[in-house]
Design a protein around this ligand. Structure first.
Ligand SMILES: Nc1ncnc2c1ncn2[C@@H]1O[C@H](COP(=O)(O)OP(=O)(O)OP(=O)(O)O)[C@@H](O)[C@H]1O
Ligand SMILES: [Mg+2]
Length: 258
């Protein structure tokens, strides 16, 4: 579904990615791991159109994404969350999701042209859709709360609901479990499995190795901007180069964090 071919990215003289090639299948959960600064978030920024590659091609369903603005890429079916959560803390959860739905352009700018009965019907159906999205991430009962009142883990789930509002085929999650406690991580894993079962493909960056190994069907490992391994979780965990660069001998992926 998504292919990266020989991608390079430089920031001035700093080469952050070098000859990165990846193929993300239509279905399943794909992991992208590696030490801090390896270039993982940069890969997401390139896929989502926030940055342009210095070399190489990214294609989604055979269409080159090069030069497309982020909102065009979203409309093609790729949504993402951010390592640093981006939500509106002064708005309710429901409003947060409604804004994301509105950006799809069904009501929004032209709403003043609609007869009021039709507008009310649109608003009702958007509210129902927003509640449904909150339910998918386990936040239905908090719809009217201010987003700023949520725990860190809940804010991450709200961000996923906002990403889902664009009806993606591929969802990119940048460290979704960061700052979550064990119970929250477990709940998020279950929700991600359900998202995958509903037909979504996921590409996940995450440092929590229990989370990554437990969820992903396939994992790619970046180190200093280069892919050093790709394969099933068991093969990655046993890979000598991956252990040396990232996992450490206890295999918990914390080597880079110490
Ligand atoms: N916009 C930018 N301008 C200059 N340098 C950047 C920019 N974005 C990222 N970098 C640099 O690129 C390198 C890779 O950063 P990136 O954020 O992709 O790493 P990462 O693998 O996501 O790390 P982490 O696990 O800490 O989130 C780092 O050295 C970073 O400082
Ligand atoms: Mg990052």
């Amino acid at each position: 579904m998504l292919t990266l071919s020989s991608i390079a990215k430089n920031f001035g003289g700093l080469q952050v990615l070098q000859d990165v090639s990846l193929a993300i299948p239509e279905r399943g959960i794909f992991g992208l791991i590696g030490p801090n600064g390896a270039g993982k978030t940069t890969v997401f920024n390139l896929i989502s159109g926030l940055l342009a590659p210095s070399a190489g091609v990214i294609e989604f369903h055979g269409q080159a994404l090069t030069g497309l603005a982020p909102h065009r890429i979203t409309r093609l079916g790729i949504a993402r969350t951010f390592q640093n959560i981006r939500i509106f803390k002064e708005m309710s959860l429901l409003e947060n999701v409604l804004v994301a739905i509105g950006r799809q352009g069904n009501s929004g700018a032209v709403s003043f042209l609609l007869p009021s009965a039709k507008l009310r019907a649109t608003q009702r159906s958007e509210r129902a859709a927003a509640k449904e999205l909150l339910a998918r991430v386990g936040l239905a009962d908090k719809a009217e709360l201010l987003a700023g009142k949520l725990s860190y883990g809940e804010q991450r789930r709200l961000e996923i609901a906002r990403a889902l509002a664009t009806a993606p085929k591929l969802l990119l999650l940048d460290e979704p479990a960061a700052g979550m406690n064990g119970a929250e991580k477990q709940q998020l894993m279950e929700e991600i499995v359900k998202l995958e079962a509903s037909g979504l493909a996921l590409l996940i960056i995450e440092h929590d190795m229990r989370f990554v190994m437990g969820l992903c069907h396939e994992i790619a490992v970046l180190n200093f901007g280069q892919l050093i391994a790709q394969g099933a979780p068991a093969a990655i965990r046993a890979d000598r180069q991956v252990i040396e660069a990232y996992l450490g001998d206890d295999g918990d992926g914390e080597k880079s964090r110490s």
